[in-house]
Design a protein around this ligand. Structure first.
Ligand code: SAM
Ligand code: SF4
Length: 334
């Protein structure tokens, strides 16, 4: 593989790959999935060996950070095998970070092995601290399972960031409490605006809460100071003086963040999406499965990067109440 970095047409270097290792999940969050989802046939899903080869090809082309997501990454059978395999790139120094986004339900079971494989940080999605609301948002989840997972992660020394989707009329009375709780637990917190992805059987406009409003409300009670902290991603951060923790805002709707985008997204079938909010994709599975020395795969990846668009087209208002892209977040993993 040539060591020429992956640079897109807007001069952004692609150094971050997010991989949805399965589209399946043990929950059905109301903003993410419809209740009755049709998942991909297992035969279409890449094997763990194939996912390892694909991820490793990206690492060979200069990707420094890998995030496994889904669906729920920890429900994929033998996922720890893949995580351990990818851990070799941490040991060799080719990779700076191997991490996961998880709903936390399986975390208690896996946290020690994740830490042993080189995972140092994890993002856990949690939209409420109220067990009844949690069951309603996830359609059947048990909050205690996630809290046990978080406690285990803390014991194992993993740094935790909580991701909370701001949902109008559902969890908007809990943001102060979430901030206090994260401060007590030593977790960072990021609020996310709901994005119009996939049919979910509800109107997006009924869920959508602009984070500009959330921030203004929080600022009445907390001392928020803009922070220079950047991850090359969409979040903008503030420091919360009272808790000493960092608070992030991911605002695709109220503030377009695409100019610094350093990432692309791979699905479990080997389809590469160059932008979360656009439909254009590249099939890497055929190149992966073609015989040869990996040249076809490198060529397919480089060609895909030449098609990375400038930005997404997400809009939610009364006139735009349809999904901007047809696929659900669980396909590309957020
Ligand atoms: N199952 C894992 C989890 O929940 O963390 C990983 C996959 S999930 C699709 C990744 C992130 O996307 C979660 O933080 C979830 O809250 C967020 N998410 C899902 N659908 C979304 C939507 N329509 N708009 C904004 N965020 C969404
Ligand atoms: Fe599953 Fe995560 Fe989607 Fe919730 S947000 S349904 S946990 S994939």
């Amino acid at each position: 593989m040539s060591n020429v970095p992956l640079i897109d047409p807007f001069d952004r270097q692609i150094s971050y790959l997010r991989v949805s290792v399965t589209d399946r999940c043990d929950l059905r969050c109301v903003y993410c999935m419809a209740e009755d989802m049709t998942f991909l046939p297992k035969a279409d899903v890449l094997s763990l060996e194939e996912l390892d080869r694909l991820c490793s090809a990206f690492v060979g082309l200069g990707v420094r950070k890998l995030r496994l997501t889904g669906g729920e990454p920890l429900v994929r059978k033998n996922i720890l095998w893949l995580i351990r395999q990818l851990g070799r790139h941490l040991e060799s120094g080719a990779l700076d970070e191997l991490t996961l986004t998880s709903n936390g339900t399986q975390l208690a079971k896996y946290t020690d092995e994740l830490a042993a494989a080189g995972v140092r940080r994890i993002n856990v999605s949690l939209d409420t601290l109220d067990p009844t609301k949690f069951a309603a948002i996830t359609r059947w989840g048990k909050l205690d399972q996630v809290l046990d997972g978080l406690a285990a992660a803390k014991r194992a020394g993993l740094a935790v960031k909580i991701n909370t989707v701001a949902l109008k009329g559902i969890n908007d009375d809990e943001f102060d409490r979430m901030l206090t709780w994260c401060g007590e637990c030593g977790f960072d917190l990021t609020f996310i605006e709901v994005m119009p992805m996939g049919e979910i059987g509800e109107q997006r406009i009924d869920q959508y809460l602009p984070l500009s409003m959330v921030r203004a409300k929080l600022a009445e009670r907390w001392t928020l100071t803009d922070s220079d902290h950047r991850t090359g991603g969409p979040a903008r951060y503030v420091e919360v003086a009272e808790t000493g923790q960092r608070l992030g805002f991911i605002t695709p709707l109220t503030h377009n963040f695409c100019e610094s985008c350093n990432r692309v997204r791979l699905t479990c079938t080997g389809t590469l999406y160059m932008c979360l909010g656009q439909n254009d994709d590249a099939d890497l599975r055929s190149a992966l499965r073609s015989n040869g020395d990996g040249g076809a795969l490198e060529q397919a990846i480089r060609e895909a990067i030449t098609r990375k668009p400038k930005g997404h087209d997400f809009v939610i208002d009364r006139r735009h109440n349809q999904p901007a892209v047809g696929r659900h977040m669980s396909v590309t993993g957020g």
